[in-house]
Design a protein around this ligand. Structure first.
Ligand SMILES: [Zn+2]
Ligand SMILES: [Zn+2]
Length: 478
């Protein structure tokens, strides 16, 4: 195909989308062949998908995704607020990266031989033929942004956190979603072992703040490329003699990625895997020293942890420290968060050497654990419902509502005239903490009735004093 043809086809696709079958007649034979060969012609099935159905069929959400509705969203917000507060106390700042990235970013960093890259990514050809992927995780994106904006030129350490949706096409099962949410953070620019311990300390504080107290911190070292090579030789050799006793996946991994054998969950394999050589016994002196300092720092901070030699995590970019937190509330196999050190990741994606350490929290699973713990409650949505009786009360009621809202209180008012009983019914249904009643008598007396909806007690309060009255009763703004 000539450059000119290619340029013309690309221009058309960028501007108008893919070619429709009936547009092909206007093209030269060469262009038509090229358009078909490069997948630029809309397939009939695609056209059907794009057409708005003529029937009034119910359109549902995409398989594996879900809607989060109130009041549950309020609990999600509270978890996010606690994360922001705790991370800020440790001087982390927020970074927001796009959900779309070039596919190569993940293929190179997460690893081409991992389940994520091989089976689970949402990748597609963009209209200009570039391969794009909905991010399956965010560490690679954060490091990409760090390099792209030359943050390393500013010197020092960068501490960045993120919140948001990630996408993996996993088999649908309970508690697993194809659009799921992560809260994570990265420290870039230092390989000091105290960073590893300090970040774990921060996570322990965060879990405490959201009320998750039943958890275990598991920690391991996967060494550096130098000592891991040595260990892999020893591991391969050990696997040679026992791999016939292992499951099919393990036999395959023994060849392609022997470290992943340690991840196997098949019951019958466990006694064999337990006897395999352990990476902690093959660390080079530098990696050993790093690991001992991290565990020493954890001890000094009184943070209980379990050294777990089989904890290797599934991603290619990890070096030295790896860790996970499992929550009893979710069953032993369920990690609620995990992370580790990735000192070579920046170079993998074309950046300067930049040591890094980070983690990500599975927010969907964390919220489940938070719900079970029952410590953090959804916010009380409504502070007051204003019930007005008779047209004369409408304007004063609206004034009061406006003033309270300007003061930050969550307040609701009915838009149609109603009897008192009906108004109070609505206040009850909306779970308002107070109902404020304004009728003829209240207008004449200059004081409105403020009714506590949980006790039924009510007292007259001057309109100008109602905001401070709510504050007295409810404490801070809810
Ligand atoms: Zn090493
Ligand atoms: Zn196995």
């Amino acid at each position: 195909m000539s450059d000119r043809t290619r340029a013309l086809l690309r221009f058309h696709v960028r501007r108008y989308g893919q070619y429709k079958e009936n547009e092909l007649a206007q093209l030269s034979k060469e262009s038509e062949r090229a358009a078909r060969a490069h997948g630029l012609v809309e397939r009939a099935s695609q056209r059907r998908a794009l057409n708005v159905s003529k029937k009034s069929e119910l359109i549902r959400s995409v398989k594996g995704t879900r809607d989060l509705l109130p009041p549950e969203t309020s609990l999600w917000q509270r978890v996010e607020d606690e994360a922001r507060r705790v991370f800020a106390a440790y001087h982390f700042q927020e970074i927001r990266t796009p959900v779309l990235e070039l596919t190569a970013l993940f293929a190179r960093s997460v690893g081409e031989d991992t389940d994520i890259v091989m089976k689970e990514m949402y990748s597609f050809q963009d209209r200009d033929e570039e391969s794009l992927t909905l991010r399956p995780e965010a560490t690679a994106s954060v490091v990409r942004a760090y390099i792209e904006h030359s943050l390393y030129n500013q010197g020092g350490i960068h501490k960045l956190y993120y919140l948001g949706p990630m996408f993996r096409r996993e088999r649908p099962q309970k508690g697993r979603y194809r659009q799921f949410y992560q809260i994570g953070a990265e420290v870039l620019g230092s390989d000091h072992p105290v960073i590893d311990a300090e970040v774990m300390e921060m996570l322990v504080l965060f879990l405490e703040r959201v009320g998750v107290r039943e958890f275990a911190l598991l920690i391991n070292s996967v060494g550096c490329p130098r000592c891991r090579q040595e260990y892999l030789k020893v591991l391969r050799k050990a696997l040679e003699s026992v791999k016939t006793n292992l499951c099919g996946d393990c036999r395959r991994r023994a060849e392609t990625n022997p470290l992943r054998v340690l991840d196997c969950k098949v019951e019958a394999d466990q006694p064999v895997i337990e006897k395999l050589p352990r990476i902690l016994e093959h660390l080079c002196p530098e990696c050993r020293q790093h690991f001992d300092r991290v565990t020493g720092e954890l001890n000094q901070r009184g943070i209980p942890h379990q050294i777990t030699p089989r904890l290797v995590r599934g991603l290619d970019y990890y070096t030295r420290t790896t860790f996970e937190v499992t929550s009893g509330a979710l069953g032993a196999q369920n990690a609620v968060l995990g992370g580790g050190r990735y000192d070579g990741l920046s170079e993998m994606i074309g950046g300067p050497p930049t040591p890094g350490f980070g983690f990500s929290i599975g927010q969907d699973r964390l919220v489940l654990a938070v719900e079970q713990a029952g410590h953090l409650k959804p916010r009380e949505a409504l502070a007051a419902y204003v019930a007005w009786l008779g047209e004369a009360a409408l304007a004063p009621a609206q004034n009061l509502v406006r003033e309270l809202r300007r003061g930050g209180w969550s307040v609701e008012i009915g838009y149609e005239p109603m009897k008192l009983k009906k108004s109070l019914g609505i206040a009850n249904k909306l779970q308002a903490r107070f109902a404020i009643i304004i009728g003829e008598g209240e207008l004449a007396g200059g004081r409105y009735q403020v009714k506590d909806m949980s006790t039924g007690a009510q007292e007259p309060v001057e309109p100008a004093r109602i905001a401070s009255y709510l504050k007295e009763k409810l404490g801070a703004i809810v």
